[in-house]
Write a protein that binds this ligand. Sequence first.
Ligand code: PLP
Length: 390
Amino acid sequence: MKVIYTDNNATTQVASEVLEEMLPYFHDLYGNPSSMHSFGGQVAVKLTEAREKVADLVGATPDEIIFTSCGTESDNTAIKAAIESNPGKKHIVTTRVEHPAVKNLGEYLSKRGYRVTFLPVDRQGRLGLEYLQKSLSDDTAIISIMWANNETGVVFPVGEIAEMARDRGIVFHSDAVQAVGKIPVDVREVPVDMLSLSGHKIHGPKGIGALYVRKGTKFSPLLMGGHQEGGRRGGTENVASIIGLGKACELAVEHLKGQNEHVKYLRDKLERQILKEIPNALVNGDRDNRLPNTTNISFEYVEGEAILLMMNEFGISASSGSACTSGSLEPSHVLRAMGVPFTAAHGSIRFSLSVYNTEEEIDFIIEKLPPIIERLRSLSPFWGQSGKEA
Ligand code: PLP
């Protein structure tokens, strides 16, 4: 069965151009880039090229890029670096809708002597800047706010946040793991101090990420060891993956020039048709300010997991807005923070597209989904009681 993959915010297919660039560095060109000999030296040259390509995608200079093992490591490094290098400051500001890579670290630090403000969002998943302004104090070590949300695609006002942070002399880190490659992200235009990205969200390999650190930002490494990454991240470099990340960033620059428009066209068609054909379906998140590839739709009175299982029968892969914790299906912390009603949060599905999706695939989903929802609702005792049957 053909797989129709619409779960690209979870991970993406490695582009064949990326794979091709990586392959020689597993077997033939296995030198250590730190070695003095030319066998290692040729690998070091490739790392330099990859660093330039990553820097180019986000408007940074190559020496401002540190390779890490993933987006999670980049997020952890940024926040820990800021608090280590500002030991007198004990306050961290973030939001209620961050990825666990930031959220769980925030919760951990709140039990270890830090005051952590988790800013609220509104029903559309938007952040109120007035709450941010009020939360800042002379004790604030770092503001860590994502560029775009992984579940809803909502894009945050990072430009205004960066200005606010700058005015107060506070370090601003943004988790741009979902934004990079989908919308323009340029650190010359948005003066963030640190920014995280991850290879596997942009058709690169899993297990590789990068952290941008603006020149002059106080920094302290998470992994102490060798002199790699200018002493900012110890450990022999994940050479093949770094080269793959570089190529993925080069491709992303190309995608941003036009192909992402096509992705938006497909996403809009999918969303429009679903809302037209399925009653009691609603989009979660600010529709005017979203990533072009993401739509998060709640189907009232059905379980997201049941929808996923039935779509899976047709080879359609997407994800739901619930997480199975201790045997019960809990709506995600993002949908809860947005105040999505329980009956809707349980039935939420995220479709996240990529440049590899086709119009035929979108048409196939539009054909298969309405009868799935109808069937599930016919089995739901709540649907009958809701008085909302079509
Ligand atoms: N931040 C966001 C917004 C994400 O969506 C993800 C992954 O889903 C991460 C961080 C973590 O990235 P990685 O899987 O590379 O650790």
